[in-house]
Every structure is written in C-alpha cells, then in structure tokens.
Design a protein around this ligand. Structure first.
Ligand SMILES: [Zn+2]
Length: 331
C-alpha cells in the first residue's frame, strides 16, 4: 500500500513503505528532522495505509469511513500527544502520556492498527518520558508509536534505543513553492516564501507576505538614506521595538526580517552573474557586482548570527547598516 499526501521525503517514504509491505514495521519510530517538513503528515499517511477500508493501487481511497475520520481529526485510533504550547519551556505532561498509554490497553476500535503520535517529543519531561518507557519496550499488539524530534539528542538514550529511526530532510524551495501554488497562493508570493522558509513548508505557511514586503521596503529605504548614524539608530530602535512583546525581544522575528535583506543581496548576486533563479522580491535587486553583493550578503548573515546570539539587536543593526552603506552595496 502506497503512502500518499506527503511532499518530497522520498527516502523516508520508501523506507516506511518497504517495511509496511514486508510487514516488518517497528513498534516504535523516531521521525527525525526539522519542523514543518512532513513528519506528522507521514505518520498520518502511514496510519491511512494501515487502516483504509477500500485501498486502491494508488494508496488509501480517501472516502471510506476510516479515511474520512482521519481527515476530520476524529479517528479514535489515531492519537496525538503534543506540548500544550509552542513555547520552548512548554512540557508534555505525564497525564497526557498516561492517557494515551491507557488507550493501548484496548484493541484498536476500528479493528485495524492504532498509531500514537508524540509530537515534539523533546518536550517530554522526565516523568512523562519515564511513563512512556515501558510501553516503548513492549507495546501491546497493533499499536505503533511515532515520536517526532528535530534531533535524536533531544531524547533520553533509553528512549532512542527503543525506536527505529527515520530521517526527514528540509524540503527544496521548488517543492515548497509548488505546494503553496497548489494550495491557491499567488506564484510570486510562493516564490518569495519558499526562498525564506529554510526548507520548512510549515514555516512558509505561517508567513505574512505583506509584513515581509513592508520590512524589506523599509530596510532598502534606510540603506538609501545616506550615512547618518543617528537616523540609523532611530530606525534600528523602531525595528526592534516592532518585535518586542511580553516575552521580551523576538530575536527570531528580527532575524526573519533580515532574511529578506539577505535574499535581496542574493538576488543581486544572481542577477549580476546573469543567471536565472531570482526569488521574485518586489522591485529589482540593486545592480551590484558579484563581489559586493556577496560581501553584503555575508554582512547580513553575520548580523543575524549576532542577533540570534546575545548581542544587543539595535547595535547589530546599526553596525550592519553602516557597513552596508560604506561599501557600494546600494544602487
Ligand atoms: Zn479509505
């Protein structure tokens, strides 16, 4: 039975499909890879392949009872455990794990297989990891556990050793752009987002293109504004202020705004080289020689590193702007 509905990830899919066809699926899997690349979707595809009532040669039918309930998120044998929020400190509580484990005490309701998906398993606290340990060791028949992590190091070695590993890779920009267009998004926006998404469809789907364009336009304007350090400082404070919330400064958010500027200089380099492959940023990239464009790109990346580290973001921005203005980086 084919696994369907997953973008890219040919290797992970062929591993799982091979194991499914040979009836050699493991009782527990660890899906390792960055967020938003299809780990949870693959767990769903695996569940559908195991439980569809009217499978076709192309894969699950998509319209039988089990397929319907899975798509609606109401299938009683597809259980999802996840941290309560996106915050880094958010932990998967032991009660949530115990509740899922209790379900394995009964045969699957649909008469097929049950799949328990533990998302962001790196957020298991010691108590919840412990609660999971015994089930991972000898899960009752017809139950499969899937843990998603971005790195195996997030899990205790005792958990890792009980799971079979499947690796997931970042998606290509082309795969992401094609999927966004398939979902009805404008092609220019799709190209822009796919260039910024770092291989994660999930991240691309969350992006607000209007806000991104606004951020870029402001940065470019500021670059063209001449060399007044005082104005640059005001601009930097304003930009940082726009990314300040109750939880402090959103360094990721500022870095994302700079991603766009990096992309702008990347486009300038590509255009100077006379090559195809522009990312469809608004307006034309600055007309620079390749060396200047690459140097500017590197400056932006360096500033991002400082901002994501512990540098004062205003200072990193002012230094970046001064550096970019000093070199002939803006036409
Ligand atoms: Zn079906």
């Amino acid at each position: 039975m084919k696994l369907t509905g997953v973008i890219g990830q040919r290797r992970a899919l062929s591993q799982l499909q091979g194991e499914l066809e040979a009836q050699r699926l493991a009782h527990a899997y660890m899906f390792v890879g960055p967020g938003g690349v299809g780990r949870a979707t693959t767990a769903q595809a695996l569940f559908a392949a195991m439980n569809c009532a009217e499978p076709t040669p192309e894969g699950p039918c998509g319209h039988c009872g089990p397929c319907h309930r899975l798509a609606a998120g109401t299938h009683e044998d597809f259980l999802v455990v996840a941290p309560p929020s996106q915050a880094r400190s958010s932990q998967i509580k032991v009660e949530a794990v115990r509740e899922a484990i209790r379900a394995t005490g009964f045969a699957p309701f649909g008469g097929g297989k049950r799949l328990i998906l533990i998302k962001q398993a790196g957020h298991l606290n010691p108590a919840s990891a412990n609660a999971l340990l015994k089930t991972l060791e000898e899960p009752p028949p017809n139950n499969i556990l899937v843990l998603t992590v971005s790195d195996a190091k997030e899990l205790l070695p005792t958990l890792v050793s009980r799971c079979r590993k499947v690796n997931f890779l970042p998606l290509t920009a082309e795969e992401i752009a094609a999927e966004l267009v398939r979902r009805g998004q404008d092609e220019t926006d799709a190209r822009l987002k796919s260039g910024l998404a770092g291989g994660s469809l999930g991240r691309a789907l969350e992006m607000d293109t209007e806000a991104l364009r606004r951020d870029l336009a402001r940065l470019i304007d500021q670059l063209g504004a001449g060399g007044q350090a005082l104005e640059d400082w005001g601009f930097a404070e304003e930009l940082v202020g726009a990314h300040r919330g109750s939880g402090g400064i959103d360094r990721e958010g500022i870095s994302q705004a700079l991603d766009l500027l990096a992309l702008y200089f990347r486009d300038a380099a590509v255009s100077a080289a006379g090559r195809d492959g522009l990312t469809w940023l608004p307006g034309r990239p600055a007309s620079l020689d390749i060396e200047s464009a690459c140097r500017a790109f590197a400056r932006v990346r360096r500033a991002q590193g400082q901002i994501l580290g512990n540098a004062a973001p205003e200072l990193a921005l002012v230094v970046l702007l001064a550096g970019l203005k000093e070199a002939p980086t803006h036409a």
